[in-house]
Structures are given as structure tokens and as C-alpha cells.
Design a protein around this ligand. Structure first.
Ligand SMILES: Nc1ncnc2c1ncn2[C@@H]1O[C@H](COP(=O)(O)OP(=O)(O)OP(=O)(O)O)[C@@H](O)[C@H]1O
Ligand SMILES: O=P(O)(O)OC[C@H]1O[C@H](OP(=O)(O)OP(=O)(O)O)[C@H](O)[C@@H]1O
Ligand SMILES: [Mg+2]
Length: 282
């Protein structure tokens, strides 16, 4: 059985379970369920705190985990990222009160509050800055108001929490994060159970990002049309009963589908259809 760690709460929990469900795995119905066996797919899911997942996977107790890149790197565990999942995107940034500190190089002697001390200490060391780091569990933004620190380092998604706390971002992001699949460093790369799991997850990513496009076009225009819809490998071209015309079928990125349909229409294509992809293996 493949043993997989999934966030049991927090920002990554629901989207991770939704993606696993879309990939055909059983998921829990009750948030208090901590272990779930999917016998049909030979997978056992462990619902764990996202912050602990890299530790379990890095120690080899679990084969695979879904967690945030920021949590993985903060943990220092012996695990590595093997697939990006395209949700849970955020940046990890420094912030402070306006018109105080403006650059990391000025952090010397200050105190920085964060829930990610591993990330912050590494970043400060890379910049040769000597600053104190105070670890807090959450609501880090309030640490400045309460005088615990002069600077914070925290997850920023929309920036709303920072704005409401009257804080401003300092400098460039320390890290761009998103949900990722992780494995123990040095684990058997070709494990067929792991390969199958990754193919399923990649199938969901493709199904989410692409639609299937079909259209009819005059044979002499097909090269120009195919340039607009090159597909992932190569489009399928089929003859039509109506002489001089062909049917083309190709995958296109969902976000570009409407623009491509306009361009195809202008080129003379007709009966242009898009359909959703429910699942795929590339
Ligand atoms: N808006 C967001 N707020 C918090 N974390 C986010 C957000 N968007 C993405 N994430 C990611 O979620 C992970 C944080 O997991 P965590 O369990 O700490 O979530 P949480 O929402 O902070 O839950 P809690 O604070 O209840 O523990 C990190 O990888 C972080 O980058
Ligand atoms: O940029 P925003 O969209 O405002 O999101 C970022 C905020 O969300 C998270 O807090 P969370 O709700 O997890 O609370 P916590 O600080 O207690 O972890 C994070 O720690 C930031 O405070
Ligand atoms: Mg949080």
C-alpha cells in the first residue's frame, strides 16, 4: 500500500482532498477522520498537520506527502518536491510599519517574528544579517503592535491581513510557495506505485488546465489553423465527407480557448467546439 500524508486542516486541506478525489481516490467525509484506507486503489491516507508532513515523509515513515513548499523548506526535513500542484499559491515576505525599516540589509539587531524560523534564519544568514528570530504559532502580524518584534515574516496571499494590520511589505519575496507533492530524498525513483500516483495527479492538472477543441476547416488552411492549436503533441486531422474540408481535434489551454476560437473563425474554421476533459493520462 502507498502511504500518503494529506493536510488535515488549514489553507491546503480542502483543495488537496478535492484534487485527490478528482484523481479517483476515496477521501474522508468527516474532518475528524485521521486515517483512511482506499482498498480499491491500494492507498492509505494519513490526515496530518501540514507543518508535520515533511517530517513524516523525510523520515521515510510515509511514502508521499502533500504540503506547502514553504513548510517543506522551513522544516529542514530530508524530503524533496516532486510535483507542483497549482493551488495554495502564496508568497513568504517580510513586513513592517510604514516608514521604518526598508531593506533586509537594515535588519541587524532587530527582532523578527515568524511561524517559519527555519526559512527566516536561512534567509538572514544568506544576507549576512544578525537579527533575533522569535517563533510564533500564528497571527504574527500583531507581534509588531504588541512590541514583540519590529519586523514580521509571514505568508501573504491577497495582502489583506497585512493591510488591516497597517503593515507594508519590505523587499522582494523570500519565497514563492504553492502546494507540492513531496518524497523522501533518495527514495526509489521508479517505484511503480508512486509513478502511478503521480500520473493520476498530472492527469488532474491537465484536465484542469486544458479543454478539447474541435473544428472544421478547408484543407488548404489547415497548416495555419494547426499553428493556432498545436496541441500537446500533435493535433488529429480527419477527412470530412464534404470534399476539401478536414476536421481538427486538439487540446488548448482553457484560459486561451475563447481567443483561439475567434482566431480560428477569422481563418474560416466553422463548427468550433470546446469540451471539458474529465481525466487523462498523457
Ligand atoms: N491565505 C493563506 N493563508 C495561510 N496559508 C496559506 C494561504 N494560502 C496558501 N497557504 C499555504 O498553506 C500552508 C499553511 O498551512 P497551515 O496549516 O498553517 O494553514 P493555515 O491556514 O495557516 O492554518 P492554521 O493557521 O489553522 O494552522 C502554507 O504552505 C501556506 O503557504
Ligand atoms: O494575504 P492574506 O490573503 O491576508 O493571507 C495571509 C494570511 O493568512 C494566513 O493566516 P491564517 O488565516 O492562516 O492565520 P494564522 O496567522 O493564525 O496562521 C497567513 O499567516 C497570513 O496572516
Ligand atoms: Mg496559518
Amino acid at each position: 500500500m502507498l502511504r500518503i500524508a494529506v493536510p488535515n486542516k488549514g489553507a491546503l486541506s480542502e483543495p488537496a482532498s478535492a484534487m485527490l478525489h478528482e484523481a479517483g481516490y476515496r477521501q474522508r467525509k468527516d474532518r475528524r477522520e485521521l486515517v483512511l484506507v482506499d482498498g480499491q486503489n491500494q492507498v492509505e491516507f494519513f490526515f496530518l498537520r501540514p507543518r508535520d508532513i515533511a517530517t513524516y515523509v523525510g523520515s521515510g515513515r510515509l511514502d508521499i506527502g502533500i504540503t506547502g513548499r514553504d513548510l517543506l523548506l522551513d522544516s529542514g526535513a530530508g524530503a524533496e518536491e516532486i510535483l507542483q500542484l497549482g493551488f495554495g499559491s502564496s508568497t513568504f515576505r517580510y513586513a513592517t510599519r510604514p516608514d521604518t525599516v526598508t531593506d533586509v540589509s537594515r535588519f541587524g539587531g532587530l527582532t523578527i517574528a515568524t511561524s517559519f524560523p527555519g526559512l527566516v534564519e536561512k534567509h538572514l544568514a544568506e544576507h549576512g544579517v544578525q537579527a533575533a528570530v522569535v517563533q510564533l504559532e500564528g497571527a504574527v502580524e500583531t507581534a509588531i503592535q504588541l512590541g514583540v518584534a519590529q519586523v514580521i515574516a509571514d505568508v501573504v496571499e491577497t495582502g489583506t491581513t497585512l493591510r488591516q494590520a497597517g503593515l507594508e511589505i519590505i523587499g522582494e519575496p523570500i519565497l514563492q510557495s504553492e502546494a507540492v507533492v513531496i518524497r523522501q530524498i533518495g527514495a526509489e525513483a521508479e517505484d511503480p506505485k508512486v509513478r502511478q500516483f503521480l500520473r493520476r495527479m498530472q492527469g488532474v492538472l491537465v484536465a484542469r488546465r486544458y479543454v478539447m477543441m474541435d473544428y472544421d476547416i478547408r484543407a488548404e488552411k489547415v497548416e495555419q489553423a494547426v499553428a493556432l492549436t498545436p496541441g500537446l503533441e500533435s493535433p488529429t486531422i480527419s477527412p470530412l465527407h464534404h470534399e476539401g474540408w478536414v476536421a481538427v481535434r486538439s487540446m488548448v489551454p482553457t484560459g486561451e480557448a475563447q481567443r483561439i476560437m475567434d482566431d480560428l473563425y477569422d481563418l474560416g474554421a466553422r463548427a468550433i467546439l470546446t469540451t471539458g476533459i474529465h481525466a487523462c493520462r498523457l
